[in-house]
Ligand binder design. Structure first.
Ligand SMILES: NC(=O)c1ccc[n+]([C@@H]2O[C@H](COP(=O)([O-])OP(=O)(O)OC[C@H]3O[C@@H](n4cnc5c(N)ncnc54)[C@H](O)[C@@H]3O)[C@@H](O)[C@H]2O)c1
Length: 383
């Protein structure tokens, strides 16, 4: 198949390279011309494992800055352009709208398939199908369930593939694309576009409940004088197969580029369909309350008032992303209160934040490559 990918960022490039590896001819487009040149010369740097190797080996792969070229030369056009969050929690789908504008400018869309992989608001993909309805192209919604740092692995071994649309031909062909990519059996769920959009954010929402439940249990145990038994209790709870152990650890709360945003988007959408009082809103509030609880806990436990030490301020250790990172927020809260904090970090994150943090907090923030560089006693934030 000839597969096109518009928007070759973190997600798009991974999907494109896996399609290429499984035997398809792939063309990607991106608005960043320098990045496109690097893709064509097989020279990108990526924190995602396997991406650089897959690109190096890719023979039937090319990149362009021209979306029309992708549309013209592909049977399947996937898009993974950004959809930032708006203040009300919903997704801003303007970049996808622009891709649809590009499709509409194309003289021949007959029998092509357009697949939206970006996260969008429930009901959005139907509006795209409406805009394109006289052009002979079918529209599907097909989100990915991946975690940063394991995107390739997660795409190859997804528990389920979600596909929203209304035409069985497209369902069959999209399923085949995933069968080619996946190491394991494909659990394919065709449904309406809107149901798929709700399911996508609903899955991430459920993870925020599990994380928040684990943190609430931790708070209860700590306040009951059983703080040293939190892990044991949660392991026991997770051993009940009705509950399950994934995402059930005690920690700093949920963060990153996906969970908080999907949670708020479902909360916002729930309100638009009459559910003013809904779980995502409560989970979001609890996550903020938990951040304060953790800060108080750290200060209480650090009885000798030592400088703090934390491994990473990214939303997940080893990641280069600090968006909605509970670690980052905790460190900033401690710095605002005048504490000294040592942070062990990778160079990428240091480059992104060192200057701004030193401007704000002076030498109270100290980046190190490993704790052996610290020549004074410190208190380790071990969560
Ligand atoms: N990264 C994730 O973990 C993840 C997980 C699930 C869903 N998503 C969703 O997938 C989408 C993409 O996420 P991402 O993390 O890959 O974003 P990203 O910002 O890393 O990549 C988006 C890419 O699209 C390009 N782009 C923007 N406008 C364009 C246009 N008009 N034409 C061509 N290219 C354009 C950008 O230059 C960028 O390289 C978002 O909707 C996001 O919510 C991401």
């Amino acid at each position: 198949m000839r597969i096109g990918v518009i928007g070759a960022g973190r997600l798009g490039i991974c999907f494109a390279l896996l399609c290429e590896e499984s035997g398809h001819s792939v063309i990607v487009s991106d608005v960043q011309s320098k990045y496109v040149t690097q893709l064509n010369s097989r020279e990108i740097f990526s924190n995602e494992p396997e991406v650089e190797d897959l690109l190096m080996r890719a023979e039937n792969f090319q990149a362009t800055v021209n979306n029309q070229e992708v549309i013209r030369s592909s049977d399947f056009i996937f898009t993974f352009v950004p959809t930032p969050s708006l203040p009300d929690g919903s997704y801003d789908c303007q970049c996808v709208d622009m891709v649809v504008d590009d499709l509409l400018k194309s003289p021949d869309l007959q029998d092509k398939v357009f697949v939206i992989g970006s996260t969008v608001n429930p009901g959005y993909s139907d509006t795209v199908q409406d805009r394109l309805k006289d052009r002979g192209i079918s529209v599907y919604y097909n989100p990915e369930f991946i975690a940063q740092g394991t995107i390739i692995r997660d795409m190859k071994g997804a528990d389920m593939i979600l596909c929203g649309g209304d035409d069985s031909r497209g369902f069959g062909e999209i399923q085949m694309i995933y069968e080619d990519i996946q190491d394991s059996d494909v659990h394919f769920y065709p449904m309406s576009r809107k149901a798929a959009e709700i399911t996508k954010i609903g899955v991430n929402c459920f993870l925020t409940y599990k994380i928040s439940y684990a943190n609430m249990m931790g708070q209860i145990l700590y306040n009951s004088g059983c703080g040293d038994e939190i892990d044991n209790v949660l392991t026991a709870v997770g051993d009940d197969t009705r509950v399950g152990s994934k995402y059930l650890g005690y920690g700093l709360g949920f963060g990153g580029p996906c969970l908080p945003r999907d949670n708020r988007a479902l909360g916002h959408y729930a309100k638009t369909v009459g559910l003013e009082y809904n779980l995502p809103g409560i989970t979001d509030d609890f996550n903020n309350v938990h951040a304060n609880f953790i800060k108080r806990y750290c200060i209480e436990q650090n009885v000798n008032n030592l400088p703090f030490f934390i491994e990473s301020i990214a939303f997940k250790k080893g990641s280069d992303m600090t968006v909605e990172s509970p670690r980052f927020l905790l460190v900033e809260d401690l710095l605002k209160d005048g504490y000294t904090v040592y942070v062990q970090e990778i160079q990428d994150v240091i480059d992104q934040h060192e200057e701004e943090l030193i401007d704000l907090y002076g030498d109270n923030i100290i980046f190190v490559k490993n704790p052996a560089e610290i020549h004074e006693p410190f208190w380790r934030i071990d969560l």
